[in-house]
Structures are given as C-alpha cells and as structure tokens.
Design a protein around this ligand. Structure first.
Ligand code: MTE
Length: 320
C-alpha cells in the first residue's frame, strides 16, 4: 500500500475563520441557556459568516469557459442539492457547518497496481491546481456557470495505475451521521446512504472530468461538497458527487444512488441531452440561476466535441 502522507501545506483555522467570527463564537458561548436568541439561529448565522471566510487557493487560470458568463458565488452557494443535509435547496448553506473537511483522506482501491490513501493536504500541496469555468446542468432543469478549482481526475487515477480490469470507477461520499444529519435517519432518510456515483473508465479519464477542491478562487464551501467533489460538466449534476472519501476502480458498472432510488427515471450515464426527456418533464430547456428566461439546453451540455466520440455507437435513449 502506498500511503502519501507528507503534510507540508496546511490550512490553519485562522485562515478560514476571521477574528470577528472568533469573537462571535465566544459571544455565542457566553449566551448560554438564558439566550434570547435561539441557538439554531446563531448557528445558522455563524455558518453563513464562515462560508464567506474560506482559504484562498493558488492555481493557474485556463481558457476553459472563458467566454461564459459566470453565476455569482452567492447564487452557486445558496441553492444546493446536498441531501445529506436536506431536500430543501436553501438549507445546506445554513446546516453544512457540521461537515468537518479537515483532516480528510481519500482511499483509492480496487483494480489498481498502487492502492493508496491520499490526504487532501497532499492534493492541495502536490498537484498543480487549475481553474476551469464549466457549465453545470441539473437534471431538474436549472443550470449555472461556475469557476471550479482542482485537478483532472485522470491526474489522480494515473498515480494509482489502473489495471486492465478497471472498466469503471465508483465514488462514495463520506458516511458520518455526525457530519451529515440526514444520514442519522437511516432507512427513514431521504436517500440510501452513502451517496454513490460511477463513471466508465474512459469517461473518468476524459480531460474534462475534474476533481474540484475550490470555487471562485477559494476552497469549496461545505454546501458545495467540501473538501473534494467530482465535476462532470457534460452530465446531469447528480453525477457530480460531493465530499468523496472513496474512489474504487471496478470491473462491473456501479449502481449509482439515483438509479437505485428510481431506475426508470435516472440511469447510469445521465448525459445532458435536450432530445431525451425525463419521464416527467422536458429536458429541452433550462433556467440559469438568476435568469428569468429559459435557454435551450445544449447536447452534452455544450461539450459534444470533447465527449461525443465516447457515445458514438450507443443508443442514447436506451443508455440514459
Ligand atoms: N453529492 C452528494 N453526496 N449528495 C447529494 O445530495 N446532489 C447531487 C450532486 N452531488 C448530491 C451530490 C445533485 S442532484 C446536484 S444537482 C449537485 O450535487 C449539486 O451541486 P451544487 O450544490 O454544488 O450545485
């Protein structure tokens, strides 16, 4: 087992949390039982302040998406799908302070010559981070344009040396009910946890497939999948699994969470496709966060020339 563990770059809490927030925390503790303000309101306020005090990252800019019009940080960080916190899109920004993104380790296992644990700090320290502006299209019909910061998944996978048996890659989100309140509800929760996703090996190795550790110049806010998430811009957003702790290279196609919940409506591939409707709504158009009007959805979310070849001989109605 190859364990990469030199920690020569750290985010200290002072970098993430400014002094006024420390003061607010102290005041919060002083409030005690006699507080007039309910503790949940204070916790929400602290979480909101905290999410604006994220550590900056060093990265190189790229030409990906340079002509796209960005959504604002507020739009992208206050309207989230993160069921481990809530089904309500406004809730993750208020509740995600329970997620502790540091320390964090990802296990890479399965069909690889060099199984390993990678510490998040090693990714931040030893991989050259780049910024990529991508379109992001949710299966529900909303979209956004976000400047992600991270590394290609291929870069990480190559270190582990996938064997010839590695046909698919399975990703798993951390299972820790102390961090993710909906996981406490067990089978009565909204989703069978842990959240699982998968890609075919060629999709995983495609240059567009990105492991994001940041957005808008700084580390990811918890509600967007801190400390590390997948971003697959030509697929519906549910494929872009958050807060990943396991990457396993496997021979068989993994059963992803949404396929498990409702296989008639959600498939393994989930490629953005304006011509294949969801059984309950059209996928021809989308509403970008903050826009009043809908715009036409693009084939493969506008990335056809980079990814179309991978699906050339596939019936995209069958492999939805
Ligand atoms: N990952 C986990 N672990 N849990 C989730 O609920 N939601 C998915 C995806 N990744 C989800 C997840 C869905 S449905 C979408 S649309 C995107 O995350 C939303 O990402 P965002 O909140 O950064 O916009």
């Amino acid at each position: 087992m190859n364990i990469l563990k030199q920690k020569n770059w750290k985010i200290s809490e002072n970098e993430v949390t400014d002094e006024s927030l420390f003061e607010q925390r102290r005041d919060f503790l002083k409030l005690g039982a006699a507080a007039l303000v309910s503790s949940s309101v204070v916790a929400e306020k602290l979480a909101a302040v905290e999410s604006t005090k994220r550590a900056s990252l060093q990265f190189t800019k790229t030409s990906f998406g340079k002509d796209l019009e960005l959504n604002s940080f507020d739009q992208a960080s206050t309207y989230n799908n993160f069921y481990e916190f809530s089904l309500n899109k406004e809730d993750p920004a208020k509740l995600a302070h329970t997620l502790k993104p540091n320390p964090w380790e990802i296990e890479i296992s399965g069909e690889v010559e060099r199984p390993m644990y990678i510490d998040l700090q090693d990714i931040l320290a030893s991989y050259p981070l780049e910024e990529r502006i991508y379109r992001f299209r949710c299966v529900e019909g909303w979209s956004m344009v976000v400047p992600w910061i991270g590394v290609t998944l291929a870069h990480i996978l190559k270190k582990a040396k996938p064997t010839s048996k590695a046909k698919y890659v399975q990703f798993i989100t951390e299972l820790d009910p102390e961090m993710f309140p909906d996981q406490k509800r067990g089978i009565f929760g909204n989703v069978p946890y842990p959240y699982v996703e998968g890609l075919r090996i060629d999709e995983a190795m495609n240059d567009l497939t990105f492991m994001a550790v940041g957005m808008y110049g700084k580390v990811l806010p918890n509600q967007n999948g801190a400390p590390i998430r997948l971003v697959v811009p030509w697929k519906y957003g549910f494929k872009s699994i958050k807060s990943i702790v396991s990457i396993e290279l496997v021979e068989e196609e993994p059963l992803n969470t949404w396929q498990q919940i409702n296989p008639k409506e959600y498939g393994f591939y989930a490629n953005v496709n304006p011509e294949v409707d969801h059984p309950r709504w059209s996928q021809a158009k989308e509403r970008k966060l903050g826009s009043f009007f809908k715009a036409k959805t693009l084939m493969f979310n506008g990335y056809e020339k980079d990814v179309g070849h991978m699906y050339k001989y596939m019936d995209l109605r069958k492999f939805y």
